[in-house]
Structure formats: structure tokens, C-alpha cells
Design a protein around this ligand. Structure first.
Ligand code: FES
Ligand SMILES: [Fe+2]
Length: 339
């Protein structure tokens, strides 16, 4: 029988398939003195640091079932608030305060998950035997760039809908005129998404500008901006925006499906121009863009992403969104939601 978390909001087939992929659950910089709670695909997790190693485990103490995220940390790991058992690297129980001289049974070790740190994020995968990789982010490893990992944004909506919004080029003029778009520039020129081994990519050319760059890099009124999208099934996308004079900015939209109805969005950003820009300004700008999207993503009906294309009406600008649904279907997903 398939293992499913308690009160799982996904169908068991979709959950099992979703569990094969990597998702970000926290920023590395936020794993400091306290254990951090995270939820991924309805699974309750705790993230902590033990002697420099970041550990992701089920948020339940093997002794009497108390959530470890209620506890504290010291250098050797996370300490349960109830009887003080401590769990260190690889989730191993390394202290039982009430019987410090006795050997520690392996049954007291935590159930842990694989962990990778990339783009300033802690990624994990609920399947122990995955063959998937953490999605690639262009330019992140390049020298002479400015890298920022924006704080997470919580959205009361499905990750599939949120990612679809990130890929949507027809909503700029309507939703984003408070940040980068022009309400009078509504036209979407033809573009052609292409399948890739991990999902699809699309090049979209338009006169819609972006992040306010210095003189050298910002566009002129007739400048054609290239937006290169790469979608990694299921819920990670990167957008590379090409500025003037080889300026480039990459934003990763890494949606963590907390449940079928809740998403925690992580957004690392890297750019190769204006390297002294204030980090806080970049964070504020990105958060403002995601906040502009919030009302749409949280109120769409149905809340799930219907993979049967006949269930919603489409316009020519929706090529990416149609391709996104096709890729998810091809990967074997169905309707995602249990209820
Ligand atoms: S419940 Fe955690 S130490 Fe007892
Ligand atoms: Fe948007």
C-alpha cells in the first residue's frame, strides 16, 4: 500500500508521482538557531542544523510523537521539548538526558530525507529512490553576478496555478502595471514553446520592459526584450530576461506545494549588471510583483489545474500554459486534487 501523509489533499497516484521530485522547503540562511517547520505535499517536516550539516526529517519525535519544530537547537542538533532527546547529523539520536550512560537504540533515530543546497535554498525529495535532479538555474554559478534568494511568499492556492501564472505573458499589462508593465502595451506576439527533456522552454520577444536598470542596460522605447522561459516539471520555472548590452537577469520561480491548496514560493534571483544594487530593493521589487499576482492565483476556479484542455477556454497567448499542461499530463499527472 502506498504511504500517504495524514489528511493528504492529493490523490494517491499524484502524490506518489509528485514525491519523486525535488522542492525547496527553506532558505539556507534561515536555518540558524531554531528548528524550522516546513510542510511539503502535506508531509510535516523539521529542518535543522547539526555541526554544519542541514538535516530534513519528519517533524515527529520517535519517543512520544511531539513535533521537533517546537524544540530548540544546540551545535549538536535539535532537542525535543518534552524529554530532551537530541538528534544530530543524519537524524541520529545522540543524547537521552534521563539515561546518559546507556546505549541509544537505532529506533530513536529520525526518519530523514535527502537534502541538497542550491541557489541559497534547501531542497528535499520525499522519495528515497528518486532519479530526478534539482532544476537547473542559468547563470547562478557564474562569477561577477549579484545573487539574492528572496524570502518565501505564502500563497493560498495550488502550485500548478501559481507556476502557470509565472509563464503567462498576456497578463503583464493587466496585473503588473504597478511594477514593470505598461497598461497600454497589451499585445502578445507569436512565440513557440519547445519541449525539452525536463519540460519545455519558450522565447518571448516584446517591448515590455523589466527591472529598472541603469542607463547602460535599460531599454529604449523600441527595444525588444527577450524573455526566455524554462519550465521544469512539475512546479519550477526560470525566466531569463535579456537587457541591453548583454545584461541578463534570471528569476527562478520555485513553487513548493505545501498541499494541493497552499504554496510556498521561493525566488532566487541572479543578474550580471548593476552589481551594487541594494539587495533589499530587489527583494521588495520581486515581492511586489508576486503580490500583484496573488488575488488572481488565490481566486481562480477550479483551484486545481485542469489537464484536460477541453475544460477551460484558451487564447492564442496561452501557448506556454497549454504546453505546461501537456507536459504534466505526459509525466503522468491527473487531476491533482483529492477534493
Ligand atoms: S517526546 Fe520527544 S523526547 Fe520524549
Ligand atoms: Fe504575474
Amino acid at each position: 500500500m502506498t504511504y500517504l501523509p495524514k489528511n493528504c489533499t492529493f490523490t494517491s497516484e499524484d502524490w506518489t508521482r509528485l514525491a519523486q521530485y525535488w522542492y525547496p522547503i527553506a532558505r539556507v540562511q534561515d536555518i540558524v538557531e531554531k528548528p524550522l517547520k516546513a510542510v511539503l505535499l502535506d508531509e510535516q517536516l523539521v529542518v535543522y542544523q547539526a555541526e554544519g550539516q542541514i538535516v530534513v526529517a519528519k517533524d515527529v519525535c520517535p519517543h512520544r510523537g511531539v513535533p521537533l519544530s517546537l524544540g530548540t537547537c544546540d551545535k549538536q542538533g535539535v532537542i525535543c521539548p518534552y524529554h530532551g532527546l537530541r538528534f544530530g547529523q543524519q537524524g541520529k539520536c545522540n543524547r537521552v538526558p534521563s539515561s546518559p550512560e546507556q546505549p541509544i537504540a537505532s529506533k530513536l533515530n529520525l526518519f530523514t530525507y535527502p537534502t541538497i543546497q542550491k541557489y541559497g535554498l534547501v531542497w528535499t525529495c520525499l522519495a528515497q529512490d528518486t532519479t530526478q535532479d534539482v532544476p537547473h538555474m542559468p547563470m547562478w554559478d557564474q562569477a561577477d553576478t549579484q545573487k539574492i534568494t528572496c524570502p518565501p511568499v505564502d500563497i493560498a492556492g495550488f502550485a500548478g496555478r501559481q507556476v502557470e501564472g509565472f509563464l503567462d505573458v498576456a497578463h503583464f499589462a493587466w496585473i503588473h502595471s504597478g511594477t514593470f508593465a505598461d497598461p497600454d502595451n497589451q499585445f502578445v506576439a507569436d512565440y513557440t514553446p519547445k519541449e525539452t527533456p525536463y519540460g519545455f522552454e519558450a522565447d518571448y520577444w516584446s517591448t515590455v520592459g523589466n527591472y529598472p536598470a541603469s542607463e547602460n542596460f535599460k531599454g529604449t522605447p523600441d527595444f525588444k526584450w527577450l524573455r526566455h522561459f524554462e519550465l521544469h516539471v512539475p512546479f519550477t520555472a526560470t525566466l531569463t530576461i535579456h537587457f541591453r548590452n548583454q545584461g541578463k537577469m534570471v528569476i527562478m520561480n520555485a513553487a513548493c506545494p505545501v498541499s494541493a491548496k497552499q504554496t510556498r514560493l521561493f525566488a532566487p534571483v541572479v543578474k550580471n549588471f548593476d552589481l551594487d544594487d541594494s539587495e533589499q530593493d530587489i527583494i521588495d521589487y520581486n515581492i511586489k510583483i508576486f503580490e500583484e499576482d496573488r488575488l488572481m492565483v488565490e481566486t481562480q476556479k477550479p483551484e486545481c489545474l485542469p489537464l484536460d484542455l477541453s475544460l477551460e477556454a484558451h487564447i492564442p497567448a496561452d501557448r506556454s500554459s497549454i504546453m505546461f499542461r501537456r507536459c504534466l499530463k505526459k509525466a503522468g499527472f491527473s487531476e491533482f486534487f483529492l477534493v
